[in-house]
Design a protein around this ligand. Structure first.
Ligand code: FAD
Ligand code: 2HG
Ligand code: ZN
Length: 464
């Protein structure tokens, strides 16, 4: 019996090798990769995932886990006719919410926005948040150790995890699914799977930390004098708000111009070349944070770091400000796609990075920059587009490699990272080999060989 037939016997119509049914799952979010797979399967339970993994091993096949398929590095795109694309969207139950310990136990296929809704219905809060939250899934978030819009306050996805349930490459189950805040009993094995991008096992469920649902959000859009001023503002805002800054996002005037040009109805509330979207939040008595916000905006204006500011006066206005920031990737897509970068450096070095980078790119002009990101985390999306009117594909073919080399080399020279939050997938394996610490790479290969000796889990991803 062939591998698809064996999986069909196990799953019925939740296994398909029909090209038209598979097509939508085989292309990655950015349209960089067109995948190939033996079949596509939709398990509904952890036991089914384990049975699929065992069946695959018996037939010499390999597995590519897939969540919402919103990843930026082609990690969820299969690349061979012995590979099984294992989509987790039907493994999507919220198993338990603990009001006392403030935890949730949820399965890998829960869409992030649905997880938000489920815990908010219980007056609790799960803070991981990003533009793709209507599609991305918990398992994908954990497998990529996703970042997003509230890392400054709450940490990356992995920092929100207390326990994991993982199907290992031999089909056995690793169960650390305990809602324990403290458990120092040997190696912290769950860490291995957070950011492993499906190369060591399939995450089927997790226990996550929850927080009291914020009762107040104070959101402001500031036009600032430069990125250095934006960085100066961060510690001011943290101190003046009693450390209630949840998000601190930078948006360049060029990214705002792209947005205004390509996405109808979205216009920046303030003119200027540099903007900050700042949000304070907390579970406080009503109105508690407004005086702090006003005080810090006054200081920002007095110092000259900010020229002007607007405060969201309603939930709709808050949503409108966030829509400006969250639609920049869409604007870049409509502008003809960009050469994307996801660099990080120490926060204090962001101004030096932004000062030096255009010099590194000077020989590659003409080009357009779209710079924005999570500067509260030292993370910039230093994206580059073809000049207006030029063909984006030809521009990328001609200059893409040299542009990324310049952007990544500078980050590396400054002690930073070429992939702050989007991971490696298949897109950045060569970058990892180039910039990774040799001892770290050797240890990663040793771990991969120990846990997945037959190389069945997401072949070709992360370590290449
Ligand atoms: P997928 O794309 O399906 O998979 C990603 C990787 O995880 C693959 O290697 C896959 O094999 C593996 N995987 C998936 N599920 C599992 C599982 N259960 N077990 C083991 N491995 C698994 N990312 C950020 O970090 N911050 C952002 O702010 C952000 N904003 C975005 C905005 C937009 C508009 C878009 C389109 C993407 C954005 N992303 C962002 C990228 C992406 O949404 C995240 O990487 C997200 O975590 C991927 O989740 P997913 O469910 O779509 O995973
Ligand atoms: C964001 O911060 C995402 O909006 C996407 O990480 C970044 O599209 C990008 O370059
Ligand atoms: Zn981002």
């Amino acid at each position: 019996m062939s591998l698809p037939d064996a999986l069909g016997a196990l799953l019925g119509d939740r296994c398909t090798s029909d090209p038209s049914a598979m097509a939508g799952y085989l292309e990655d979010e950015r349209g960089l990769y067109q995948g190939v797979a033996a079949c596509l399967v939709f398990p509904e339970t952890t036991d089914e995932v384990a049975a699929i993994v065992k069946t695959c091993a018996e037939h010499g096949g390999s597995l590519v886990p897939q969540g919402g398929n919103t990843g930026y590095c082609g990690g969820a795109t299969p690349s061979g006719d012995t590979q099984v694309l294992l989509n987790l969207s039907r493994l999507n139950r919220v198993r338990a919410i603990d009001q006392v310990g403030m935890t949730v136990t949820a399965e890998a296929g829960v869409v992030l926005a649905n997880l938000h809704d489920a815990v908010e219905a219980e007056d609790l809060f799960f803070p991981l948040s990003m533009g793709s939250e209507g599609s991305c899934q918990l398992g994908g978030n954990l497998a990529t150790n996703a970042g997003g819009l509230a890392v400054l306050k709450y940490g990356m996805a992995g920092e929100l995890v207390l326990g994991l349930e993982v199907v290992l490459p031999d089909g056995s189950l690793l169960n650390t699914l305990k809602p324990l805040r403290k458990d120092n009993t040997g190696y912290h094995l769950k860490q291995l799977f957070l950011g492993a991008e499906g190369t060591l096992g399939i995450i089927t469920a997790a226990v996550l930390k929850l927080f009291p649902r914020p009762t107040e959000f104070q959101t402001a859009w500031l036009s600032v004098s430069g990125i250095d001023a934006a960085c100066q503002l961060l510690p001011l805002a943290r101190r003046a708000s009693g450390d209630c800054v949840t998000s601190f996002e930078y948006v360049s005037g060029k990214s705002m111009a792209l947005l205004a040009q390509h996405v109808d109805g979205l216009k920046p509330p303030l003119a200027g070349d540099h903007h900050v979207l700042l949000e304070l939040s907390g579970a406080l008595p009503p109105g508690g944070l407004r005086p702090q916000l006003e005080d810090l905006l006054e200081q920002a204006l007095d110092t000259g770091w900010a020229y002007d500011a607007v405060i969201a006066e309603s939930l709709d206005q808050r949503r409108a400000l966030w829509a400006l920031r969250e639609n920049i990737p869409e604007a870049e897509k409509r502008a003809g796609r960009s050469i994307k970068h996801d660099v990080s450096v120490p926060i204090a070095d962001i101004p030096a990075y932004c000062e030096a980078a255009p010099h590194r790119l000077a020989a590659l002009e003409p080009l357009r920059l779209s710079i924005y990101g999570h500067i509260g985390d030292g993370n910039l999306h230093y994206n580059v587009l073809a000049p207006e009117g030029a063909d984006p594909a030809a521009f990328k073919a001609d200059k893409g490699e040299a542009i990324s080399r310049a952007v990544h080399d500078l980050a590396a020279e400054m002690g930073g990272s070429f992939s702050a939050e989007h991971g490696i997938g298949q897109l950045k394996t060569a970058e990892l080999a180039r910039y990774g610490d040799p001892a770290a790479l050797e240890l990663m290969r040793a771990l991969k060989a120990a846990i997945d000796p037959a190389g069945r889990m997401n072949p070709g991803k992360l370590l290449g």
